[in-house]
Design a protein around this ligand. Structure first.
Ligand code: DGL
Length: 273
């Protein structure tokens, strides 16, 4: 009997989590993907813990109902505010982006000082600071609320974005710049990597939570694999399924920029609360 390919659910507030999906696909895991973007209710980065938790729980339940056997919480804000609740409610393993990001940052830092850029809500939760402190690292967190809309505007290499990012980076590093790692704690920031590389202090290593999370998922699946695949399935191309709570056209258009690949079919989902 032909076996079904295991399905990995990827959840985000909208388009940004496609940077995590891109990295997961890059790792060539033998899996299909179910990507849920809660585009009708983004941004999460300016919302309260109660609201983000409620939204995230509904979306993750939906992914499980559609057959996800592992949930990747690609959204930094949802991970920071609701990972505990999501994990408690889920019937499948859950991986967030913060622990993997903190782990990679800790491994990359010699000065034991790291600067974290993230949304307002992620910074207020101090989830990164706590995860880094647990690894003996001092963190300076900086909320960068203007970067998400600038990236969604497609201004990833625009003088305005550069000016804004420069202000944030200067404020985050301050006068006495001892941090040697810049941790990108938001789904949208990987698109700004070339720009951030240019403006960050020299010798600072950029660590991207999307890449770190994909590596963590690969390691987890190596230790604890999902059901095995038939030969035929292993040879076939992974299937990508997209679900969005707002316009499917907009998801296709904007999503392609984050995924660096065209998106053909998107299913609209109306989550009843
Ligand atoms: N996905 C969010 C994050 O990584 C950024 C976008 C939003 O605020 O919804 O924190």
């Amino acid at each position: 009997m032909a076996m079904r390919r295991p399905a990995i659910g990827v959840f985000d507030s909208g388009f940004g989590g496609l940077t995590v999906l891109k990295e997961l696909i890059g790792h060539s895991l033998d899996a299909d993907y179910l990507y849920f973007g809660d585009t009708a209710r983004l941004p999460y980065g300016s919302k309260s813990t109660e609201t983000v938790s409620r939204f995230a729980l509904g979306a993750c339940q939906y992914l499980e109902d559609r057959g996800a056997q592992l949930l990747v919480i690609a959204c930094n804000t949802a991970t920071a505010l609701a990972l505990g609740q999501i994990s408690a409610a889920a019937h499948v393993p859950v991986v967030g982006v913060i622990e993997p990001g903190a782990e990679c940052a800790a491994a990359a830092s010699r000065s034991r000082k790291v600067v974290v850029l993230a949304t307002e809500a992620t910074v207020s939760s101090h989830a990164y600071q706590k995860a880094l402190a647990a690894r003996g690292i001092e963190a300076r967190e900086k909320a960068c609320p203007l970067l998400v809309p600038l990236v969604e505007e497609g201004w990833v290499d625009h003088p305005i974005t550069e000016q804004v990012a420069q202000i944030y980076v200067d404020q985050a590093f301050g006068e006495r710049n001892e941090a040697d790692v810049l941790l990108l704690g938001c789904t949208h920031y990987p698109l700004l990597k070339p720009l951030l590389r240019r403006i960050a202090p020299r010798d600072v290593t950029l660590v991207d939570s999307a890449e770190s999370a994909a590596t963590a998922v690969r390691k987890k699946l190596k230790l604890d694999p999902l059901p095995r695949l038939s030969e035929a399935e292993r040879r076939s191309i992974p299937r990508l399924n997209f679900f969005a709570t707002d316009s499917v056209e907009k998801f296709r258009r904007l999503g392609a920029m984050f995924l660096c690949h065209r998106i053909d079919h998107v299913e609209h989902v109306d989550l009843k609360e």
